[in-house]
Design a protein around this ligand. Sequence first.
Ligand code: FAD
Length: 404
Amino acid sequence: MIKIAVIGAGPAGMMAAITAAKAGAKVTVFERNDIAGKKLLLTGNGKCNFTNVDIHADYYSFQEDSFADDILNELTYRDVCDVFMEMGVLSVERKGGLYPFTGQAKTVVNALVRAMERLGVTLLTGSCVNSITKQNNCFMVHTDKENTEFDRVILACGGKAAPKTGSDGFGYRLARGFGHTVSRTYPALVQLIADNPNLKNVAGVRCYANASAWINGEKVVSDYGELQLTEYGLSGIPVFHLSRYLSKAVEEKENCIVKVDFVPQIRSDALEGYVLEQQKVLSGCSFKAFLEGMVHDKLADYFLKIKKQESAFLSSEEDARKLICLLKEMKAWEFVITGHKGFENAQVTKGGVLLDEIDENMQSKLTQGLYFAGEMVDVDAECGGYNLHWAWASGKKAGEEAAK
Ligand SMILES: Cc1cc2nc3c(=O)[nH]c(=O)nc-3n(C[C@H](O)[C@H](O)[C@H](O)COP(=O)(O)OP(=O)(O)OC[C@H]3O[C@@H](n4cnc5c(N)ncnc54)[C@H](O)[C@@H]3O)c2cc1C
């Protein structure tokens, strides 16, 4: 019977362990935390957005022409739901994202742990793997407590994001021990810090907006969704999306700007016509009342104050033109980005073990019998269940192949 060590009981490691055990291997999972799936418990605001109906390479960053695309497509979102269904977990779809029907991430974690138990997987919690060595055809896995021999090893230690959950980048050291190269890592899906003294006036605003990222004058990406303004800068799903491009750029001292359209419901070319038309209907109303139905009141108050139009009324076409100017500014507020909120606050890691050095079976090209799974490798994705889909897909592949 092939003896496999899985390092890390995150989603990738647990999926690898379950798959390998189903294929007949004797599997031991080492987890430094006292529980399995500590990060998984936090996902999707505790609801666990575990995959998406639209799995496609466009939502991911990985080296072009790499095998990652094939691995992602080998496991469809329906397969993921079926795997959980087999474990007794029902799923529900919301805006394309799949969640456990219970709305509780712990349902997923408990199901994975019970599946491992049923399949005879040994889960060693509180067991940090300090190093791994290979002699002849055997791997020796060293923890503070013991040294154990295995035929194959699957590294599923996660990246560096949210280090309090156990993945603090130590896994990269284990990979480097076998000669692997780790590309520079950056926090992704993270809040952005902006240099704007006016933010304190609008901190706390949560509203739907369109945000676009500009690097050295070029628009690189944009996203629409619920954005949050904070004392330090910008947060929310569209900002997380932009951070996948900006955290690297800002660290490399590129010129980074986020432009926010706080009135995305009305196109720029339709704005003038809309206000002039409404002026006829709402003639005589205050600017504040006019804006009330269009933008968050804190934003309206702030813009009216800086434009000294707090007590302005919409009585003439000239007034309407002033309002149009103000709305145009609200449609293109620029924030100079000076930093990000670091790995402590990030959801994923950009960068990791180079795919070049791994084959299409998630096996190391440098050391036979060594496999990788999950966020450790140089693959990251947008919000929406895509990162967990990679964890399941790569974990399944590594587990299947390691057990052969
Ligand atoms: C707040 C938050 C919310 C998120 N929400 C979502 C979401 O809704 N949908 C989504 O798709 N993605 C989400 N993500 C991202 C997703 O959680 C990760 O991409 C995913 O957990 C990566 O899985 P993994 O198994 O590769 O690594 P991890 O989940 O990081 O697991 C790695 C495990 O390895 C252990 N480990 C590390 N080194 C050692 C060692 N030397 N010895 C023993 N054990 C070790 C760690 O303790 C850890 O338990 C979220 C992330 C965060 C932080």
